[in-house]
Design a protein. Structure first.
Lengths: 257, 257
């Protein structure tokens, strides 16, 4: 039987606000077994950029990353957010190690080509994740804390979507482990009624998803999110859970498998 | 016979300027055997702080680190400088891993108490270095790249002098390895004549040092520097070399043993 690993992805909003960060870290610390935390960026990067005179441009919710913005996200994601989370986790008794994809050549990516006339700049799409090295770290009692930065192997860091990184890390670990991938977000799970937090759909399979889509229950931004979850399951991840950061525990949220 | 490790400390000035950084990284990459890079902070922190409206105060060349300045150095040292160095080293074929003292609980420190009415703020004095964990990393083919930040184990990062960190890392590794500690600085070595770069004193032992001091050959800021080097040698480090970053190779600079 494979050993279990939980990969938790949290957004920048949660790790930036001291109160929600503390709640998350305590929940995360309490999770049994091997685990990985992948964190997003968030608004601090936009604030720091503004103060440094670097303009923020977003296209479809993604940050256009020119050379100056890359410096900002390297500082904020790789330094400020990542190292604060590591220090706090250490205080919670978790032997955390902050990582970007460049560290130990863990996550290689290539610069995203221009699409539909949009040049995202120094944004990377993931090519490979070194699951063996991550497994070694986990077996040696270390909890990786991954910032949303990768590298191209030619000396350049690349800004990378944290949801994607969490998915790729989960898939790479699935070769050796039984992996549960948890996406923390602002709702209690996938809701049957968007105005009712109690209407969480507990389980979604590929067949359910097709039905929910056809019935118009799941729409908009949730469609690609669930599609990504199902694709992770298709690639060997045991289950994906979508839940709120403050209910990071068994039996909460929507399980996709 | 113990395996050899070289611990190289470079100042912030060298890693901040693209041309001197490239030279250093190529020299460092070419060093044979196991190695560790410890980098300082430097002027980028002061520049970023100024743009963010955070005032820089220095006392005896040390940075007073209030909560806002701690955020800045966490971004600049732990993020910008550290991760750029890691990405560049990866491109040079060195399997670099960026670390602060908080990562894997590597370097614990305590906040420096107020001295002579000066409160340095979030500045840490090193208590312990986990030499075993560093040795594991080295044996697994990883080259640690250490930023001048430590933690107190209670969730706080602390700004820490990079020279001191390099010395403590070297001492911790000396239990298992034959350690050469290299301090890169702006001169070719300890100079017998401060106006002549060719007057490098090739070797200084404790006895030589006492004589050089008595003769007034070594004065000012070099005195505590050499004292620290001799103390590292006293604590088991095989030799300490003081040299320029661009001559990072056998037989250059001043050897202290």
């Amino acid at each position: 039987m494979k050993q279990k690993v939980t990969v938790v992805k949290v957004g920048g909003k949660i790790v930036e606000a001291p109160d929600t960060l503390e709640t998350l870290l305590h929940r995360f610390s309490a999770l049994e077994g091997l685990k990985v935390l992948v964190h997003g960026g968030g608004r601090t990067a936009t604030e720091v950029a503004a103060k440094l005179g670097v303009e923020t441009h977003m296209v479809d919710g993604r940050r256009i990353t020119d050379a100056d913005m890359l410096r900002v996200v390297t500082m904020v994601y790789g330094g400020l957010v990542n190292k604060q989370v590591v220090a706090r986790l250490q205080a919670c008794g978790v032997n955390a190690l902050g990582l970007t994809g460049a560290d130990m050549n863990l996550i290689r990516s290539h610069r995203r080509p221009e699409r539909n006339g949009v040049d995202f700049g120094f944004v990377g799409d993931v090519d490979t994740v070194d699951g063996e090295r991550l497994a070694q770290l986990l077996h040696s009692g270390v909890t990786p804390v991954v910032a949303p930065l990768t590298h191209d192997g030619e000396g350049h860091l690349l800004n990378t979507n944290a949801d994607t990184m969490a998915g790729e890390v989960a898939k790479a670990l699935a070769r050796q482990f039984e992996v549960t991938l948890v996406y923390c977000f602002e709702h209690a799970g996938v809701l049957a009624d968007p105005d009712n937090e109690a209407s969480v759909i507990p389980l979604i399979t590929r067949r359910d998803f097709d039905a929910l889509k056809a019935q118009g229950v799941v729409t908009g931004g949730m469609l690609p999110k669930i599609e990504n979850c199902l694709s992770a399951v298709g690639a060997g991840v045991r289950r994906v859970v979508i839940t709120r950061a403050d209910t990071l525990q068994e039996g909460c949220g929507t399980t996709i498998e």
